[in-house]
Design a protein around this ligand. Structure first.
Ligand code: FES
Length: 104
């Protein structure tokens, strides 16, 4: 596991998500009230980017068929999906945001 600097804390508005990449892995980086979280960015149902969905509290709703995932755990909570989305550890050092991703 390696930490990768992926963004500045200023890059993600509170209550929003952006896409970042570590190698070829697309990752959604979320800002929940100043705390940062990361999930894989592709929905486990079909091909949709979760960062384009709707953040509601601690959940993300997929923009395509409205599956809802827990941003902290990746658990599939609602919608046409039962497979959780991968989550990644995030740490902040000053304004720098790092994500820990397994080696490919
Ligand atoms: Fe996300 Fe269908 S692609 S719910």
């Amino acid at each position: 596991m390696t930490w990768h600097k992926v963004a500045s804390s200023h890059d993600v508005e509170d209550g929003k998500a952006i896409e970042v990449k570590v190698g070829d892995t697309p990752i959604a980086l979320y800002n929940l009230d100043g705390e940062f979280f990361a999930t894989h960015n592709i929905c486990t149902h079909a091909y949709a980017c979760l960062h384009e969905g709707y953040v509601d509290g601690e959940t993300i709703e997929c923009p395509l068929h409205q599956a809802v995932f827990d941003i902290r755990t990746g658990e599939a909570l609602e919608g046409p999906v039962e497979v959780p989305v991968a989550t990644y550890d995030v740490k902040r050092e000053g304004d720098d945001i790092f994500i820990e991703v397994p080696e490919e």
